[in-house]
Design a protein. Structure first.
Length: 136
């Protein structure tokens, strides 16, 4: 019983730190433009991504051979995105403002994933170019 109480208190104390960390990561990625090649690869018509693009972009990131560089950030943002989905569904009817905030944050998560995809593609290209130059 005491262990459950300690676990619950720890989770409640950790959650604001986790949300702050995720928002800082998203804000940092938000300053980076998404390249045209990523927009084309992810089949996005506009220059902006939405929360619904997240799963598809993350799958593309996981296909990249250089995915391990952003693995920790992606895992944290995937969990944050899921938390936002739950908040949006459960509390969205009670608070439309919360639902709108959750949707904006999910779009930021998609933008982060697109930036990570761009980095992975660039890293893979660099690695390929280095390996190709050594073989000639």
């Amino acid at each position: 019983m005491i262990a459950a109480v300690i676990a619950a208190v720890s989770l409640v104390a950790f959650l604001p730190l986790y949300v702050s960390y995720c928002q800082a990561v998203l804000a940092s990625a938000g300053k980076i433009d998404i390249s045209d090649r990523v927009l084309a690869l992810a089949e996005m018509n506009g220059e902006r991504v939405c929360g619904g693009d997240f799963e598809r972009i993350v799958q593309l990131v996981r296909l990249c051979p250089e995915y391990h560089a952003d693995r920790a950030g992606i895992q944290a943002i995937v969990a944050y995105h899921r938390l936002l989905q739950v908040l949006g569904r459960t509390l969205g009817g009670v608070s439309p403002g919360l639902a709108a905030w959750a949707e904006r944050q999910q779009a930021c998560c998609s933008h982060f994933a697109a930036v990570a995809l761009d980095r992975s593609i660039s890293s893979s290209r660099t690695l390929f170019a280095q390996q190709a130059s050594h073989h000639w």
